[in-house]
Design a protein. Structure first.
Length: 439
């Protein structure tokens, strides 16, 4: 068996925060195992993609980003703050080597917070901008199969949405903060942005549409995880309850018992895209892509048949626009898996009558969910999401069917993590029943 090594490291100085190297890893085959092993912090994976972007993963624009220890620390920490009357002509703002945050209180009144280098942390920045300081470029997620035009007219994701600081001495600790530093190493919170300074605490604020996080209840991997509560993290890393609406000018209540330290399975919502944080430790227990493909091969080895056409069905590993007689379809109201046929079809509504149980309902192609990070356990993919047909393990499907994902200004709905399609009906999934491959 050939060894797979994470080696192809991108070190373009223009790609990392503040001009340092940005380690984007790609899984490439290599026989060279003598290079020093990289320290991995974790991965950020965008909900709605089944292991890759429709146009392919390129550079900093991809479906997931691997966080690894940098060769040289580039983190920053708070140094001091002071009040100024002309913030845009302040030395800290004009100095392109100085990290700073400007909180504008009025036209002639601002608080400048200066930051200094922190040799104990690595900083990674996420946002819509393709400029140099952004390590992971994230665009708005379009729900569904993404075969057509996947652009949006007006994005709601901030160009410099958030930053994550990883502890170089304890790789298990990664903290998230709202807003990221721009090309001049500045963060500006304008006069109309939400900000506050109370009870003698340091000044803080939130971005326009906010950065929301949800820690899982219990261990994410193992099959017993429960979804948590959505909260908002501030520019300074504070945790607050949600605002009345996404861009409301009144912040939520302080939540003292929760921190901005990411946990395995923490969800991050950027108002247009939702990301999942998987820790290196959590991923080490999670089935990899080859494990998932073996599960597909095992089902296909059982030679499941279509009861109408009597042809053997084969679960594909990738979505194909072409019709295939071996492509399995699932009846979403009963779970019976069959091939493509016209029996029991209502041409007016598109619904079909299942020839096995005579249940009438929609039919959809069955595809394997191949993004390992979304799995909460291992085992046979025996359930599928409604209405998209993505297969996964029972506990994985049931977990995501109960997770409320932010939608719009103050709405929530459950989605399939592999394509971001909103789930339909209750419970939003179906147990798969194969002929000749029954439990």
């Amino acid at each position: 068996m050939r060894c797979l090594c994470l080696l192809n490291i991108r070190t373009d100085i223009n790609a990392g925060s503040d001009g340092t190297e940005s380690p984007i890893l790609e899984e490439t085959e290599s026989a060279n195992s003598e290079k020093p092993k990289l320290v991995k912090y974790g991965e950020l994976v965008i909900l709605g993609y089944n292991g890759f972007l429709p146009q392919g993963d390129r550079g900093r624009r991809r479906s997931k980003f691997v966080f690894c220890k940098r060769q040289v620390a580039n983190g920053v920490k708070r140094l001091r703050h002071y009040v100024v009357r002309t913030p845009h002509s302040t030395q800290a703002i004009l100095d392109a080597t100085q990290h700073s945050i400007s909180y504008t209180l009025s036209r002639n009144h601002a608080v400048i917070v200066e930051y200094t280098n922190d040799e104990d942390t690595d900083m990674f920045q996420i946002g819509r901008s393709s400029e140099a300081p952004i390590d992971f470029v994230v665009m708005d997620t379009i729900a569904g199969d993404k075969t057509g035009d996947t652009r949006v007219n007006q994005s709601t994701i901030s160009r410099f949405a958030c930053r994550i600081l990883c502890d170089r001495n304890n790789p298990k600790i990664a903290r998230i903060y709202a807003a990221g530093f721009d090309t001049s190493r500045n963060i500006f919170l304008g006069e109309k942005s939400l900000k506050w300074q109370e009870n003698g605490r340091e000044i803080d604020g939130c971005t326009t549409n906010g950065v929301l996080i949800m820690h899982p209840g219990g261990s994410f991997y193992g099959g017993e995880a429960k979804y948590g509560c959505w909260l908002e993290t501030s520019v300074g890393g504070g945790i607050f309850s949600l605002r009345e609406s996404r861009s409301a000018q009144q912040r939520g209540q302080v939540v003292e018992e929760v921190t901005n330290v990411l946990q395995d399975g923490t969800l991050i919502d950027l108002c247009g895209a939702t990301l999942l944080w998987r820790s290196a430790e959590g991923l080490s227990k999670t089935p990899n892509k080859r494990d998932l493909e073996r599960e597909v091969d095992e089902i296909n080895a059982g030679r499941p048949q279509c009861p109408v056409g009597l042809n053997t069905l084969v679960i594909p590993r990738r979505v194909s626009p072409n019709e295939n007689q071996q492509q399995p379809y699932v009846y979403l109201n009963c779970g019976h898996v069959q091939g493509l046929h016209d029996w029991g079809q209502d041409r007016d509504t598109g619904s079909r009558k299942c020839p096995i149980c005579l249940e009438v309902g929609p039919v959809v192609k069955v595809f394997m969910g191949l993004e390992p990070a979304f799995y909460v356990d291992s085992g046979s993919p025996s359930f599928a999401f409604n209405p998209c047909g993505h297969m996964a393990t029972e506990k994985t499907v049931k977990y995501w069917a109960n997770v409320p994902i932010p939608h719009g200004t103050n709405g929530f709905h459950a989605v399939c993590p592999f394509c971001a399609s909103p789930l339909l009906g209750s419970p939003g999934y179906v147990k798969l029943i194969f002929q000749d491959n029954v439990d």
